[in-house]
Design a protein around this ligand. Structure first.
Ligand SMILES: *Cc1c(COP(=O)(O)O)cnc(C)c1O
Ligand code: SF4
Length: 448
């Protein structure tokens, strides 16, 4: 079926599958009990969630267990380190006491770096009157992140994602905030902010009625410094019906239109991890609807082992995105949290994938930047490799820095083909990276 011929004509209602009911799926029922138990062992530590669209239209059940959408959605044995796997396995075999299982799960989770890159300590902003805003993060000058309390969940729970602690009731890590008013206040106190990024969880899980309240507060405030509202979401990949046939889809599209009518730019930051997520008639129809609101869709994804560590797939995904009117934006490196050891791709390999894909697409898809690590000092891109006086080096630069002066500054690390995160790299100078001393000072100032 070609794009032109494909028609989208269904209007399903959302049915979610998690640890408690995934065995009801006929496709899961058909698996060996051993496999199902493996999923239970992992799923008790790392949350997961699927839905009828993902199960019926994205996963190719003829290709499991290696189908990328299957690996992305359902827990895989390798996502836990062997010692953690064994611990949960023996716990499940010895008890059915929910409290005891949860205790073991939390004990394991705490060893998985549940709040990387100083998520909690370093980025919590405050109003001038001292009120701490736990529903916000303000790391880079121009852009503040807003976590509406109603969007602390996702259509899928990706275990490579730093948000996974929010889904397992680790309460102190919930960035929740009820008041859109506080957001308005903060942005007006900070004239340097031009962008508000709605994130979560997934803000497109919110009912349109609730989302529109936040938007109305922002539009009515007529904040002169505000230029752009961004929405970071996976809804296009995991539930395109949010913009097609859900009971609030029209209201959602109207709310998006209100943003662009008010003179603000609406940047719809869509997470697409795989070409297959762009393949259904429903996602294509949803992209069209969102673009009709005047929004610009930009796309991003981490590069992930078992899912998309394949240059040709990336190239075709970017081409397809451009064809559908989306702008490729970021390729990320997977964070140092959760199942990084399973999904992690070494920086040098990520760079090779990027450059191979980048060099085989037209200029219109070369808006993409990466591979980039969202690390404590900032977003750091691997720009390339080189050789100086016989020493192999990695060239890096800041796409965003905790200090804005760091942006675009190139720096060098010793070549290391196994390094998967900034912390693994050694400065080429043999001393410290240029930003480290200042970063220490910033950290010390924030924790005083
Ligand atoms: C990526 C990111 C942003 C947005 O950065 P852009 O480069 O402008 O897309 C803002 N805040 C945080 C904490 C981020 O990680
Ligand atoms: S925020 Fe995105 S990457 Fe993280 S769990 Fe939700 S859908 Fe997955």
């Amino acid at each position: 079926m070609t794009y032109q011929e494909s028609a989208w004509d269904e209007s399903p209602s959302l049915k979610s599958y998690t640890l408690t009911n995934f065995r009801e799926l006929p496709q899961i029922e058909a698996l060996a009990e051993e496999k199902k138990f493996e999923m239970e062992v992992v799923g008790n530590v790392l949350p997961f969630k699927a839905n009828n669209y993902v199960v019926e239209q994205l996963i190719d059940w003829g290709k499991i267990p290696t189908d990328p959408m299957y690996v992305l959605t359902f827990p895989q044995k390798g996502m836990l380190k062997p010692e953690h796997y064994k611990l949960m396995e023996s716990t499940l075999k010895n008890t059915s006491d929910k409290k005891q299982i949860a205790e073991v799960a939390n004990q394991i989770r705490l060893q998985l770096n549940p709040h990387p890159a100083g998520q909690m300590e370093l980025n919590v902003p405050a109003l001038n009157d001292g009120t701490k805003l736990y529903g916000m993060q303000h790391k880079y000058k121009e852009t503040c992140l807003f976590f509406p309390s109603q969007s602390q969940t996702c259509h899928a729970y990706c275990s490579f994602c730093f948000r996974w602690p929010q889904f397992v009731g680790m309460d102190e890590m919930k960035f929740a905030m009820r008041e859109g008013q506080q957001l308005v206040e903060y942005v007006s106190e900070h004239q340097e902010i031009t962008d508000i990024l709605f994130t979560g969880g997934d803000p497109m899980i919110m009912k349109a009625k609730i989302f529109s309240k936040y938007i109305a507060a922002l539009i009515e405030a007529k904040l002169p410094n505000l230029r752009t509202i961004r929405i970071g979401t996976k809804a296009l990949s995991y539930w395109p019906y949010k913009f097609l046939t859900d009971s609030d889809s029209e209201e959602m599209l109207e709310t998006l239109t209100k943003i662009t009518d008010s003179g603000l730019h609406l940047a719809f930051m869509a997470h697409f991890n795989h070409l297959n997520e762009l393949s259904t008639p429903a996602v294509r129809a949803a992209i069209k609807e969102i673009r009709k609101t005047g929004a610009q869709i930009r796309t991003q994804s981490p590069v992930l082992a078992h899912i998309n560590d394949d240059a040709e797939m990336w190239a075709e995904m970017w081409r397809k995105q451009v064809q559908l009117g989306c702008i490729p934006y970021y390729m990320f490196v997977v964070r140092d949290t959760g199942a990084q050891h399973y999904f992690g791709v070494p920086l040098v390999r990520a760079y090779e994938i990027f450059i191979k894909a980048y060099s085989s697409v037209s200029g219109l898809a070369r808006t993409v930047r990466g591979p980039s690590m969202s690390a404590t000092p900032g977003k750091v891109q691997v720009v390339g490799t080189t050789e100086l006086n016989g020493n192999k080096l990695l060239i890096l630069r800041f796409l965003q820095g905790r200090n804005p002066d760091w942006a675009h500054k190139p720096f060098f690390a010793k070549y290391d083909k196994n390094a998967i995160w900034l912390d693994d790299l050694k400065p080429a100078s043999g001393k410290r990276f240029f930003f480290e001393e200042e970063l220490d000072q910033i950290k010390a100032a924030k924790t005083d």
